[in-house]
Design a protein around this ligand. Structure first.
Ligand SMILES: O=C(O)CCC(=O)C(=O)O
Length: 417
């Protein structure tokens, strides 16, 4: 047998095994695999395949979450890029962490420069091409000749990077772009737009298209608390760029989530950060999620995974980095102490799912949820709130109660002297 016969591959390549081995040794290591997309058992369906009847039957009426894929941006406003916002509205001063005790005001351009990387802003041409987004000319706030690619970018201020531009009403802040925002037709009529179905005194932003903008970086903390949306509205989160990770719990599990103010409370006492175990920073094998998430993937949309006490089973993946190990150890200790304070949490069915650019997640009324950016890039998304005909009475009652409580608080009723 000749050497060539010994290894047909080497024979074909006309190189000997030792030489081949040297070549392999000299080759750069393969690029780290992209982290897997977690879906948590939530169905993923193409928007184009969903009719109003199927959406109502499968998701709206039984209140089941679904991820709708819309890669061409028929509804998800994928042309409303951060580059476009920066170009057209960079001088606008916006609040960050708007509902927190320490909101800060910042120029939109400065915030976007802090959270974006070069890829995010490389699509300036695309942004210009997308000027027809709302059928309008560039807004006057744009600075002429301000081309990001033409000047060095300042180093990203880490403090700004940890903040969250969230809950900005599109109608109020970016009215031109707001005109291009819409709900998928398969969602049916929005009862909020019909004052015969919902009471007259709603905020204008709720009545005329309730769309809110969210931009943040994975290094930031994400949405500050686990909650269900006010007045039993449905929500849909449309991912414009980057990836957002949602943690959700079904409405029936409210008793395990410790709502502030008791049963009808909309905000949980459980610290949101505990719901998002740290992701390995090191290398991770492609397609290899965590044991928990692999288990999740086989579950139906009605299913969910229980938070397991005594250990952080979610933090998996393959990483030998010491930083990962110490982050995992800390997360485990934090989870253990949270479970001591909130033991019922161990019984709650936790669903973790990622929403990628060109997708939207339907979060039905009363589902508890919380979210943060994940992956390497800044996340930009648009959240819309709406009410279907079946939910109109529950909305009206809750809104009336909320308005009455606000009125009482204004005149000081209920104060303990
Ligand atoms: O996108 C997020 O960070 C979560 C938004 C959210 O849950 C909300 O505004 O009610």
């Amino acid at each position: 047998m000749s050497d060539d016969d010994a290894d047909p591959f080497d024979a074909l390549m006309r190189i000997d095994a030792a030489e081949f081995s040297d070549i392999l040794d000299a080759a750069p290591p393969s690029a780290p695999a992209a982290p897997p997309l977690l879906r948590g058992g939530i169905p993923v369906v193409d928007l184009a395949d969903v009719t109003a009847a199927t959406f109502r039957e499968r998701f709206l009426a039984p209140r089941r979450p679904v991820i709708l894929r819309d890669p061409e941006g028929a509804v998800v406003p994928i042309r409303l890029t951060l580059a476009r916002l920066r170009e057209r509205h960079g001088d606008v001063v916006v609040p960050l962490d708007v509902t927190s005790p320490d909101p800060v005001d910042v120029r939109l351009r400065d915030f976007l420069d802090a959270v974006c990387d070069d890829d995010d802003l490389a699509d300036l041409d695309a942004a210009a091409a997308a000027d027809d987004l709302a059928g309008t000319e560039p807004a006057s706030s744009a600075t002429e000749g301000d081309d990001l690619t033409a000047r060095p970018r300042p180093p990203p201020p880490p403090l700004l990077r940890s903040r969250y531009l969230r809950n900005l009403q599109m109608r109020e802040w970016f009215p031109e772009e707001a005109r291009a925002c819409r709900l998928p037709e398969c969602f049916g009529a929005n009862a909020l737009e019909d004052d015969a179905k919902t009471p007259g005194a709603l905020p204008d932003a709720w009545r005329d298209g309730w769309f809110e903008l969210f931009v943040n970086h994975p290094e930031g903390a994400g949405f500050p608390f686990l909650h269900r949306d006010t007045c039993h509205v449905h929500a849909v989160s449309m991912q414009i760029q980057g990836r957002k990770r949602f943690v959700m719990f079904p409405p029936e599990d409210a008793r395990y989530l410790y709502p502030l103010g008791g049963g009808s409370g909309t905000r949980s006492k459980i610290p949101a950060a505990i719901l998002f175990p740290p992701e390995p920073r090191g290398e991770r094998r492609r397609g290899e999620g965590t044991a928990g998430e692999r288990h999740d993937a086989g579950e139906g949309s009605s299913g969910g995974r229980r938070v397991v006490g005594g250990g952080n089973g979610e933090v998996g993946g393959v990483s030998s980095a010491r930083a990962d190990a110490s982050a995992r150890a800390k997360a485990t200790a934090d989870l253990e102490s949270t479970l001591r304070a909130f033991p019922g949490l161990a019984h709650a069915r936790k669903i973790t799912c990622d929403v990628d650019a060109g997708e939207m997640l339907f979060v039905p009324a009363d589902w508890w949820h919380c979210a943060r950016a994940t992956g390497a890039r800044a996340s930009a998304s648009l959240a819309a709130s709406f009410v279907d005909d079946e939910g109109a009475d529950a909305f009206a009652d809750a809104f009336a109660e909320m308005a009455a409580l606000k009125a009482l608080a204004t005149v000081g009723a209920g104060k303990v002297e």
